[in-house]
Design a protein around this ligand. Structure first.
Ligand SMILES: Nc1ncnc2c1ncn2[C@@H]1O[C@H](COP(=O)(O)OP(=O)(O)O)[C@@H](O)[C@H]1O
Ligand SMILES: [Mg+2]
Length: 431
């Protein structure tokens, strides 16, 4: 019996993977959960009431939910969008939520399982400490009490709430406690192998038979930072290119060409840029020599090399771009530009998390060149607000240095004397 169930799960996972790419382990868990709930055979005592899908936009959260419902023959999920509940039903938002839950309960009693899908959950249930509005705290409270009430009020069957968000840290923490959104599923931007799998799916589903001589490995390698949605846009763009050339199939060239007009969304905050040789704007012979020395050293043997650029900011941009240009000519590695001031606009507590995310990303992209502009925005001393950011930064610098991570890290600052002392021990080499 158990073996039979396992086989069915495996089979369904394969079917789902024809439409949406997600790792086997994750899919197996979700499929097993929904199948057992649907057949009223959940092995434990208390099935999870809520699932949280989180990750950047365009990574397949909505697609997975729709595909699950279709392939597992679940009844149509009741879909709500956070922003819609807030604006469209203004003044009636709470009663609208109650209606939805009432509908779901009816359905669960008839069909064993009902799913509520709340897209952009963060807009409906932001952390109550952070919002200034009056409505949102009431809505969070309403959602919590509706979820808590499910058990008591349902005589038969289960209601599962799936919430989707790209800002999990902005959610009210109460939502993430046991008995609410119990099961969290992370949707990462795909790496090269995963991009290849997604491309296969998209080509098969949208471009069937209308492509020739495509080298998927090359496309996957060259689409760093692309999400599934970006890859779909890449295909659409290529189809358009082909039509403009009066062809009814796409080629490798179309894809490579289209790549220039699609910007990878996973890296929007941290732009991958094309470095330019700006040595003619620098002129100073001594600086040019240093630039060549650094570029040469890193290209020959990539290693962790942090450098502080201490000139006028616009001048530091030129230095960074020129170093990156020289390295990229030999290593063909990405050049990531980050504005440290961007972290300052984050929600409270999100600054640390964003910094951690950035370093995780850098780690995945290595060997690479990273240029953090205005590092003082997150690393100057005597500012309580950024104390956490400094610790996070130190932690990551330490880690990169211990593991000799292959990163050429360029940081610029207006005023090096303002930097935190410990940060300075990592950034003591100057240009
Ligand atoms: N993991 C994936 N596998 C296959 N296609 C994907 C994947 N992620 C995104 N896509 C493509 O991008 C489209 C938009 O994704 P969507 O599910 O709306 O993203 P999200 O809800 O995470 O913002 C999908 O309809 C699909 O064509
Ligand atoms: Mg979505």
């Amino acid at each position: 019996m158990l073996n039979e169930f396992k086989e069915i799960v495996k089979e369904k996972v394969k079917e789902i993977q024809q439409e949406v790419y997600l790792k086997d382990e994750i899919l197996e868990k979700i499929v097993a959960l929904f199948l057992s709930l649907k057949n009223d055979r959940f092995p434990g005592k208390k099935p999870p009431k809520g699932l949280l899908f989180y990750g950047p936009p365009g990574t397949g959260k909505t697609l997975l939910m729709k595909t699950l419902a279709k392939k597992l023959n679940l009844s149509d999920p009741i879909m709500i969008r956070g922003p819609e509940i807030i604006s469209q039903y203004y003044g009636k938002s709470e009663s609208r939520l109650r209606q939805i839950f009432a509908l779901a309960k009816e359905r669960a009693e008839e069909e064993n399982l009902a799913i509520i899908f709340i897209d952009e959950l963060d807009s409906l249930a932001p952390s109550r400490d952070l919002t200034k509005g009056e409505l949102e705290p009431r809505l969070v409270g309403q959602l919590l009490s509706l979820m808590d009430g499910l058990e008591r009020e349902i005589s038969k069957g289960n209601v599962v709430v799936i919430g989707s968000t790209n800002r999990p840290e902005a959610l009210d923490p109460a939502l993430r406690r046991p008995g609410r959104f119990d099961l969290e599923i992370e949707f990462d931007p795909p790496d090269a192998d995963q991009r290849k799998e997604i491309l296969k799916i998209l080509l098969n589903n949208y471009v069937k038979g209308r492509y020739e001589n495509i080298n998927l490995d090359e496309i996957a390698d060259q689409t760093i930072g692309f999400t599934g949605a970006d890859l779909l846009q890449l295909l659409n763009e290529s189809l358009l290119q082909a039509v403009l050339k009066s062809r009814d199939f796409i080629t490798q060239e179309d894809l490579l060409h289209a790549k220039n007009s699609v910007k990878p969304s996973a890296l929007r905050e941290f732009h991958i840029e094309k470095p330019r040789d700006r040595s003619n704007e620098i002129k100073d012979k001594e600086i040019i020599d240093r630039i060549m020395q650094v570029a040469e050293g890193f290209s020959r043997k990539p290693h962790f090399k942090p450098i502080l650029l201490t000139h006028e900011l616009l001048f530091s941009d030129k230095i960074a771009s020129t170093i990156a240009f020289m390295v990229c000519q030999r290593l063909h590695c990405p050049y990531l530009v980050v504005r440290a001031t961007w972290f300052r606009t984050r929600w409270f507590g999100e600054m640390e998390r964003s910094i951690r995310k950035l370093f995780e990303k850098i780690n995945r992209l290595q060997p690479c060149i990273v240029y953090i502009k205005n590092i003082d925005a997150i690393a100057s001393f005597g500012n309580e607000h950024i104390h956490g950011a400094i610790l996070e930064l130190l932690d990551n610098l330490n880690n990169f240095s211990d593991n000799n991570t292959k990163v050429l890290l360029l940081c610029s600052t207006k005023d090096k004397d303002k930097l935190d002392q410990e940060i300075k021990t990592y950034l003591k080499e100057l240009i």
